[in-house]
Design a protein around this ligand. Structure first.
Ligand SMILES: Cc1cc2nc3c(=O)[nH]c(=O)nc-3n(C[C@H](O)[C@H](O)[C@H](O)COP(=O)(O)OP(=O)(O)OC[C@H]3O[C@@H](n4cnc5c(N)ncnc54)[C@H](O)[C@@H]3O)c2cc1C
Length: 480
């Protein structure tokens, strides 16, 4: 089958959420013709969500940071947490996070994609996607009328709907969760030391969160076992919601005196994909995987995933010979992000299961996640302590070090460069460059300064961690 009759555009992006808008904006900015096909979301089911301050970096990469800052979203100074404890723990960010009402945030990002030149077609619902060797054809309805578009490749950013992704999807059996969310209003403020905070609390068989969108409105969700109760609506759903909130302590206290405006439910089950990309398709954001909302990293991960997908698509469009390497690189990145996030959730569930001996927590605490992060290994930890504490240290490259080819990103493209076997970067630190710089100095602070001058500024712990990995893998020899 030839799917790509009369291909005249480079990429079709399905979905106009954060991932779709970011991918479309980036690809358009880099000179590609992009069509975005997206349904019009239902504002009444729009969520309030927290974005940590660290989201600013990827917002800047996408070219929307100034617009987001100017939009006047409610800013937060931190979190108040009663996780596995009755004590309120107050965590303060160094800088300000964002409390966003998603329909407003999504509108802003989609407008920025259109402003960059993407052809945004709202009110479209994509039905079938035909992926062939020479391109893709995407069938959709626009205001009820059938139509189709052909392109070189498709990026599925349709979130949980997963137009392309759902046939590759695997649910995390221990994390079948649904969220029942209430929107509350109080004109007399909220009983909190800082009203801008996100609040989280565990209870016997679930957890609850509260995110403000302005001084008088907060969304409060209860996360409980199961998938979305599609049959429950109206009074039935409100009764179920009030029943869950009644089991909390902090949320009940917070909501005393507030009025409930509306309730809705949505699926919040965790999932991943058996494949994240092929020569003509990429899955980005929630279409690729869904991470625990507890992390508050869903939007940040969707934006980062979109950036990676855009880099991968850009590479495939300009250099078809690099498609296999690019697809592999992207897929590994998605796999690692999901595994790291699942490990984090599992660790939080372990804390909760010690306080709440209920199957909800026991199942989540028992999830088996392969160890991927090299920094967790005991020998790397030992090297870390040794290097961090040494007043003077001599590094030299081991005699038998050999280099192999590995994929890296340079100027928005995936290229193949020399790397040490199995490791090229650690937390953005270029390990090949670091190894050579380390051999020219005898103090870790000097290695750090020289690396930051020669490359780009990096956090000190990341540079030390990079040195430790090189030592543990036998690439660098260190003598204190
Ligand atoms: C209860 C809950 C709380 C959360 N809290 C947070 C939080 O505090 N902080 C945070 O960062 N993240 C949070 N998240 C996660 C966050 O919502 C997602 O990670 C984020 O929405 C992912 O963005 P996306 O662009 O990948 O997908 P989406 O935002 O889901 O966008 C998908 C887009 O595709 C469109 N679409 C769907 N089907 C079709 C189709 N057939 N044709 C055309 N278009 C289609 C949709 O209209 C939508 O515009 C939470 C999630 C849940 C469920």
């Amino acid at each position: 089958m030839s799917a790509a009759n009369a291909v005249n555009i480079d990429a079709v992006v399905i979905g106009g959420g954060p991932a779709g808008s970011a991918a479309a904006r980036l690809l358009t900015t880099w000179g590609h013709d992009v069509v975005v096909l997206t349904t019009t979301p239902d504002r009444s089911r729009g969520l309030a969500e927290s974005l940590p301050p660290s989201t600013q970096r990827v917002l800047a990469e996408v070219g929307v940071l100034d617009a987001v800052d100017a939009a006047g979203f409610y800013r937060s100074t931190g979190n108040t947490s009663c996780w596995a404890s009755r004590e309120r723990r107050v965590e303060t960010f160094g800088s300000l996070g964002y409390q966003i009402f998603r329909p407003d945030f999504d509108r802003l990002l989609l407008d920025r994609a259109a402003a960059a030149g993407a052809d945004v077609r709202e009110g479209t619902r994509v039905g079938a996607v035909h992926v062939a060797d020479d391109g893709v054809r995407v069938d959709y309805t626009l205001n009820g009328r059938p139509s189709s578009t052909s392109a070189q490749l498709v990026i599925d950013c349709s979130g949980r709907a997963g137009v392309v992704a759902r046939r590759l999807r695997e649910y995390e059996p221990a994390y079948r969760t649904y969220a029942i969310v209430g929107v509350w209003r109080s004109d007399d403020g909220w009983e909190l030391s800082d009203e801008t905070h996100t609040v989280v609390e565990t209870f016997e068989h679930g957890w609850a969160w509260s995110v403000p969108v302005d001084r008088s409105t907060r969304h409060v969700g209860a996360m409980v076992d199961g998938t979305s109760p599609r049959s429950a609506t109206g009074r039935e759903l409100e009764a179920a919601y009030r029943g869950e909130i009644a089991k909390t302590v902090e949320m009940r206290r917070l909501l005393g005196g507030a009025g409930l405006l509306r309730v809705f439910a949505c699926d919040a089950s965790l999932y991943w994909s058996r494949a994240y990309a092929g020569p003509r398709f990429l899955l980005a954001g929630d279409a690729a995987s869904f991470i625990d909302p507890l992390s508050s990293f869903g939007v940040k991960k969707a934006l980062a995933s979109a950036w990676m997908a855009a880099v991968t698509a850009h590479t495939c469009l300009l250099h078809p010979d690099r498609r296999p390497v690019a697809v592999d690189f992207f897929s590994n990145w998605e796999r690692q992000v999901y595994a790291a996030s699942l490990r984090h959730s599992r660790d939080f569930a372990r804390q909760a299961s010690e306080r709440h001996p209920h199957p909800f927590w026991a199942a989540r605490a028992g999830v088996d996640v392969p160890l991927q992060d090299d920094m967790d290994a005991p020998d790397v930890r030992a090297a870390f302590e040794r290097i961090k504490g040494a007043s003077s240290i001599v590094f030299r490259l081991a005699d038998d070090v050999r280099l192999e080819k590995a994929a890296v990103i340079r100027d928005h493209e995936i290229v193949v460069e020399d790397a040490f076997p199995g490791i090229r970067f650690f937390e953005n630190v270029d390990l090949v460059k670091l190894a050579h710089i380390a051999c020219q100095h005898t103090r870790v602070p000097d290695v750090f300064d020289a690396y930051c001058r020669a490359q780009s500024p990096a956090p000190l712990p990341s540079v030390i961690a990079g040195l430790c990995l090189l030592v543990t893998k036998g690439i660098l020899q260190a003598r204190a």
